[in-house]
Write a protein that binds this ligand. Structure first.
Ligand code: SAH
Length: 248
């Protein structure tokens, strides 16, 4: 049924995801309507198709129903003022959606380990009118939402298995972490960077992959819940993903 959610326009795609029950929360539906998927695909004919689409360097923009599942799961933590980390940000599409949900006051950081994909996500977010003015061009220092008029979203080059680089982690940690590639094991650095309370949505496994919802409560207790089986690109070494990734 998920595969039948394709539409002729962004609005039609979102309406189909809503009708199929994959999207249900009104503010999430609004965010999906606001951020047009056409800015994030490499092949325009895939804009509103409910399937993954190749973006280069061994990576795909995930299918809309997968993004919808992820955002609905993280929604209780995607409130104004929340700080969100997207590991394996690829096309940048989820950064646009997260950003729309955590304004005002929130920040969004995307990390990817392929320089060309970091550049692609920046280019995509710059042509999307809903995100263009929020994107920070500097990748050496983190955004600071307490500064008036400051930028609130950023894409940087980093190995997501290590979490966000030191200095980029907000003082209380991340209220939400999304991981867009399957980790062989749950990376402890990511668990450490989760706020109390906070939630991580992460595919774990090699042949047999499942989505895990990892929750940290107010006291810092961590619980893991297996949600369902999936098939994601691996969270891996740059060379293992694409031999040319990162070469001049
Ligand atoms: N969620 C994104 C991309 C999904 S593809 C989208 O829908 O557009 C998975 C992404 O994870 C790819 O962009 C890949 O380059 C990235 N990735 C894989 N291993 C990584 C690692 N160790 N560190 C950071 N990013 C990684």
């Amino acid at each position: 049924m998920a595969w039948s959610c394709s539409g002729k326009s962004n609005a039609e795609l979102v309406d189909n995801l809503l009708r199929a029950g994959i999207l249900s929360t009104p503010r999430v539906v609004q965010a999906f309507k606001r951020v047009d998927r056409k800015y994030y695909v490499s092949d325009p004919s895939d804009s509103y198709r409910d399937s993954p689409s190749y973006i280069g360097y061994g990576a795909t923009i995930s299918a809309p129903h997968m993004h919808a599942n992820a955002i609905e799961n993280l929604e209780p933590f995607l409130k104004p003022n929340a700080n969100v980390l997207d590991v394996g940000s690829g096309s940048g599409y989820l950064l646009g959606l997260f950003h729309s949900l955590v304004q005002p006051g929130g920040t969004v950081l995307g990390i990817d380990h392929i320089p060309e994909l970091v550049a692609l996500s920046r280019a995509n977010l710059s042509r999307d009118p809903t995100t263009a003015s929020a994107l920070c061009a500097d990748e050496r220092s983190p955004v600071d939402p307490s500064v008036p008029e400051s930028k609130t979203m950023q894409c940087i080059l980093a190995d997501g298995r290590q979490g966000a680089p030191e200095g980029f982690v907000p003082s209380g940690g991340w209220q939400a972490i999304h991981v867009g590639a399957a980790a062989p094991h749950l990376p402890q650095k990511l668990v450490d960077q989760l706020a109390s309370p906070g939630r991580m949505f992460i595919p774990v496994g090699v042949q047999d992959q499942s989505i895990y919802q990892v929750d940290k409560d107010e006291q810092g207790n961590v619980t893991k819940k297996r949600l369902y089986g999936v098939r994601y690109v691996p969270l891996t070494d740059r060379e293992a993903q694409h031999p040319q990734g990162g070469s001049p």
